[in-house]
Design a protein around this ligand. Structure first.
Ligand code: KDG
Length: 317
């Protein structure tokens, strides 16, 4: 397996019209979750991924597993839990730059994941473990599941890619978020926070200081993302900035960070230099924003190559 990830995927309801949610009467049902967004992004680029989770033993859970399996992700470590429902989430697109999410996921099947759900042999055979800061925020047992996966990763020297993905709505307090995300960061090799997330964790400081704080915890590479502008990278002996690709129209920005993570990890697996990995992340993040849905825009290798060539002016449209 190239990459294993663990977390919650939900039935997602995207309004068919823009504006306040109270007026939205028609929705398109999709499926989304940061971790499977990354796994699906990698599958589309030709990599092998696996996902650890729980879904409700209900119609949404069944549909969700079909969908993720259909994208080629290994779902052998996903359990159907008859004691809790599949989580839901609704989007409110007031306009393309002003998008809100509402969760109906408290007590969901995925929030009942625990350390016992993590199989040592499954983690032992992967090239990378991908962790987001969403999973540990779901419940105490989910936090323990993440810590167990990290212990196995350490035992088998599996490098960890950590995206803090801070969801304030899911944490009990800022202090809890800071402590727990800090604990996870200590086990991570590559950390991908947004600049605003670094500020949330460490307060006001320079980009160099944020990178330094993460590296003091043990990370070898820190990528500080600045949305549509691009991303800054830092290692012990290098740093730089890779601008993103402008897009004509942002349709739905949610999922861009997961697209970035998929591109960056793909670049790692391909052995690309760091700058090119970041550029690949930027490109996929940009493409994702042009399509409605969190995974619908994730490109395959040909689409990705065409996007970057068009942006460089190398081909006609
Ligand atoms: O990163 C996109 C995710 O936010 C979305 O797919 C849903 O996993 C999700 C979450 O917890 O917000």
């Amino acid at each position: 397996m190239d990459v294993i990830t663990l977390g919650e995927t939900m039935a997602m309801f995207s309004p068919d019209t823009m504006g306040k949610m109270r007026y939205a009467s028609q929705y398109s049902r999709k499926f989304a979750g940061a971790e499977t967004n990354v796994a699906i992004g990698l599958q589309r680029l030709g990599f092998q991924t696996g996902w650890i989770s729980r879904v409700g033993d209900d119609e949404f859970g069944k549909g969700l597993i079909h969908f993720v399996r259909g994208e080629g992700v290994d779902v052998s470590q996903v359990q159907a839990d008859s004691r809790a429902p599949t989580g839901l989430y609704f989007k409110e697109i007031r306009h393309e730059q002003d998008v809100y999410v509402y969760y109906y996921r408290a007590g969901s099947a995925a929030s009942r994941m625990s350390a016992d759900d993590i199989q040592e042999t499954y983690i032992a055979q992967t090239k990378y473990l991908h962790i987001t800061g969403i999973t540990p925020a779901l419940s105490e047992s989910c936090f323990q599941a993440v810590m167990q996966a990290l212990r196995f990763a350490e035992k088998y020297r599996v490098p960890v890619v950590f995206d803090p993905n801070i969801r304030e709505k899911l944490w009990d307090s800022k202090q809890q978020a800071r402590e727990r995300l800090g604990q996870i960061a200590k086990q991570a090799d590559i950390i991908l926070p947004g600049v605003s997330e670094a500020r949330y964790l460490f307060g006001d400081a320079s980009l160099e200081q944020y990178a330094q704080r993460f590296m003091e915890k043990g990370a070898s590479t820190v990528i500080l993302k600045e949305g549509s502008k691009g991303a800054h990278f830092f290692t012990k002996d290098s740093h730089g900035f890779v601008p993103s690709y402008p897009v004509e129209r942002v349709v739905d920005p949610i999922g861009a960070g997961d697209g970035f993570a998929a591109g960056l990890i793909a670049g790692l697996l391909e052995g690309l230099p760091l700058e090119e990995r970041v550029a690949k992340g930027n490109a996929i993040g940009a493409i994702v924003t042009t399509v409605n849905g969190d995974v619908e825009g994730l490109p395959d290798a040909d689409e990705l190559a065409r996007f970057t060539q068009v942006k460089k002016g190398d081909v006609d449209r």
